[in-house]
Ligand binder design. Sequence first.
Ligand code: HEC
Ligand code: HEC
Length: 481
Amino acid sequence: MRASLFRSLEVILTVAVGATLFGGAVFAAHPRSGNRGNSGAASNQGNSSARENSQGLDSRLLRMLEQHGVEQVDAPVQDSNKVILGQALFFDRILSGNRDTACATCHHPLTASADGLALGVGTGTETVGAVSIFRVRGEGRSFVPRNAPDIFNRGSVNWHTAFWDGRASIKDGVIVSPAGDQLPSELQTPLQIQAMFPVTSRDEMRGELEDVQAGNELAAIDDADFIGIWNALMARLMANEEYRQMFANAFPEVPESSLGFQHAAIAIAAFEAEAFGMNDSPFDQYLAGDREALSHDAKRGAALFYGAANCVSCHSGTLLTDQQHHNLAVPQLGPGKDPTSGLDFGRFGVTGSMSDLFEFRTPPLRNVTTTGPWMHNGAFSSLEDVIRHHGDVGKSLEDYDPSVQIFQSDLREMVVDDESLNEWMLETVDTGDQDFDGNRVHFLMAFLESLTVPNLHERLQWVIPADVPSGLLEDGIPEVD
Ligand code: HEC
Ligand code: HEC
């Protein structure tokens, strides 16, 4: 939905010009329970039949939710000293080779823990200190190949995977990650494991060989030498007295000589879990027992989601994802992951198994109305079109119009328009045989809206620190006169 994208932008722009942040306008379009069925001029009879319908609907929905084991999402409490350290690290550009990119650049609270772009730009920017959406791609730099996902509720204990292709995972004690044996043993959750990798990625944070002359010691290290990269980065951090103190507070049981970047990752994960771990969306309130929390339309949408439309076959359980991979034949765009073809083969790139071709991990859906553009490469900036795509993939591919869906003009020309590719993707597509008429889309949208917590942007304000130990704060707000 374009509107929600522009809402994020509107928030940023409002901050940038120093106007009142929440004059009410930003969220006024979505009163929490403003669109109940039969509100307004309904007759008495209308009201009572609506109530009966509503009771019938509630019991049907509650049965479905129970059958599918859907519960209010957990938001585990984190250790405060780790959160404080993790917050500093998350917003500190010192973590990037060229000192120009922080985790927050692409996962900023102002853009709902994502970046508001289909594909973002990493290190080498000409606009240091600005969040992705205001960044100008540096000369000769590429887009990052995938959409920066939101990171809401990734602290839930139910997670066992990370990334669009699930390349980091931990299940039954078995850890899989791109670093293989080099991964330190202290890491225990997918979120902690994930935090080890953005700093090793050349396009996201580390930089290219040509950056070495400019004083980027991290870029000189061999790509396969994960331990070398982590050690060099840790040396950077520990040269700062304030960080030394913060590490000592966060890990009092670990002697300084045993501290490694894994401890930074553990702290970052604690911060992410705390900052983005809200569990009071109207849907979660409903799951917790408040039958009034959902509008009638949202309940009808939920009944479709868990019933006739069968979204639950993939967006299952408490996290609204099965954490498995499926092929939705999303239009290909951007530099791709495979350097030869310029395509993104998804899970196939991890397993090499033909049955995983074009498959991506089912995304979780909390706060999804705020996290566009959507899909693994941001191919859609209309959430309604995402739903329609699920219903009829072939038609959606045929009708796909970059000038409508992609607002980054330099990305539009990187959409791969190739019929034989589309046919190839459609051969193994996992959805697309349903008719989502206007009503169904409307109700499903109402349900998706109920997954967004109230006053999201306002509540994320605390998350931005006033400063970070290196002084290289990614505050996201460009200078304005
Ligand atoms: C240049 C933009 C950029 C930067 C900087 C960045 N990320 Fe990301 N992040 C991404 C993209 C793109 C993905 C998806 C990559 C993929 O799945 O292949 C991602 C994925 C993630 C995920 C996985 C979410 C999930 O559901 O699997 C987490 C968590 C995350 N990033 C946290 C971080 C942290 C922590 C940092 C800093 C250490 C960071 N990111 C730095 C762009 C960025
Ligand atoms: C066959 C499994 C499957 C079914 C069924 C399914 N989805 Fe999805 N959904 C996915 C996958 C996989 C993606 C990501 C695809 C990609 O990026 O390549 C996705 C993406 C999405 C997104 C975008 C989220 C984001 O963060 O980018 C939304 C919204 C969504 N689905 C809603 C629905 C709804 C509503 C239904 C029911 C009408 C549904 N899905 C049914 C697997 C499924």
